[in-house]
Design a protein around this ligand. Structure first.
Ligand code: ZN
Length: 303
């Protein structure tokens, strides 16, 4: 067999050009828009709501709201509009989003505790929404819960009930969700996930519960998210503030919000936010941290 012909030799410039073309081919484009701000509200623990400036698009990351125990360690009381299913759904109704999406990362109680009550109340109040999650969790694991709640999963789960698997996506109106891996466990055994969320002309990475892992750099290379919402509470369950800062470095986000702390005695307390901020300044100095309080709101400027 012939060896490699001399003219097949690839010089360094040619190799780099090829590598750059490969990167460009891999990158998932973001549909640009003039909007560069997102509103965020932390519900405590790992639960965060994102909305466009005009509330026409709302994406809720996980659903543990009125039972959320993320306030006491902060010495805070849960705001009235988050204190019951009826109150939260009434507030969503008042804001009248054109698109409301509930993105479920995994089935642990501190993420899914109020999920079915929320969906039942939304349906009862005629508030349109769609929910997304890992496909086997949605179309197998949680089917008994959907049946017990009297909910039609084929109409409420993205992709006609199929959900999303890793590398896949779903589009709901102006929102596109990409499912990405997380290194975590689940109660039913289906994989835990994170999301890359395109909304209001911005791109957000929501890590879900996870350890820090090297393929976060691949998520960064593929999606270039602007904002990273990262679990930071450490303890027995997830990466801590330093790991979360390293996650932000790897995905390359320029804005970050730490979550998943203060909601139980085993995870980091209220000081975790400042610890994350300090770690980010050291590990990802080009990124800016927004430290929130449970029930509190922030406006994040992106772009
Ligand atoms: Zn959790």
């Amino acid at each position: 067999m012939a060896g490699v012909a001399p003219d097949m030799t690839i010089d360094r410039a040619g190799f780099l050009a090829g590598a750059a073309a490969g990167l460009a081919a891999l990158a998932v484009p973001l549909r640009a828009s003039a909007a560069t701000t997102l509103k965020a509200r932390w519900m405590g623990g790992g639960v965060l709501e994102l909305s466009s400036a005009d509330d026409s698009t709302i994406v809720l990351i996980d659903a543990w709201i009125w039972n959320n125990s993320g306030y006491a360690r902060f010495g805070l009381t849960k705001p009235a509009d988050l204190a019951s299913a009826a109150a939260y759904v009434a507030s969503i109704k008042r804001r009248a989003p054109k698109t409301f999406v509930i993105a479920l990362t995994h089935d642990h109680g501190d993420h899914m505790g109020d999920y079915f009550e929320l969906m039942k109340t939304l349906v009862a109040e005629n508030v349109p929404f769609m929910s997304a999650g890992q496909s086997d969790l949605m179309r197998t694991g949680l089917i008994p819960n959907f049946k017990a709640a009297g909910l039609d999963e084929s109409k409420l789960i993205v992709n006609n009930g199929a959900g999303i698997n890793f590398g896949g996506s779903a589009t709901v109106g102006p929102v596109t969700l990409h499912l990405v891996p997380a290194q975590h466990s689940t109660s039913l055994g289906y994989p835990a996930a994170g999301f890359v969320i395109d909304m209001a002309g911005t791109r957000v990475y929501a890590s879900g519960d996870t350890a820090v892992f090297g393929d976060m750099a691949l998520i960064g290379r593929q999606f270039s998210p602007q904002l990273a919402i990262v679990c930071a509470g450490g303890g027995p369950y997830t990466m801590d503030a330093e790991g979360a800062a390293d996650a932000v470095r790897m995905v390359g986000a320029t804005e970050a919000i730490p979550v998943h702390y203060g909601h139980n005695p085993l995870v980091g307390g209220p000081e975790t936010g400042e610890r994350f901020k300090a770690a980010l300044a050291r590990i990802a100095p080009n990124a800016h941290a927004t430290v929130m309080t449970p029930g509190g709101r922030a406006t994040i400027t992106l772009g």
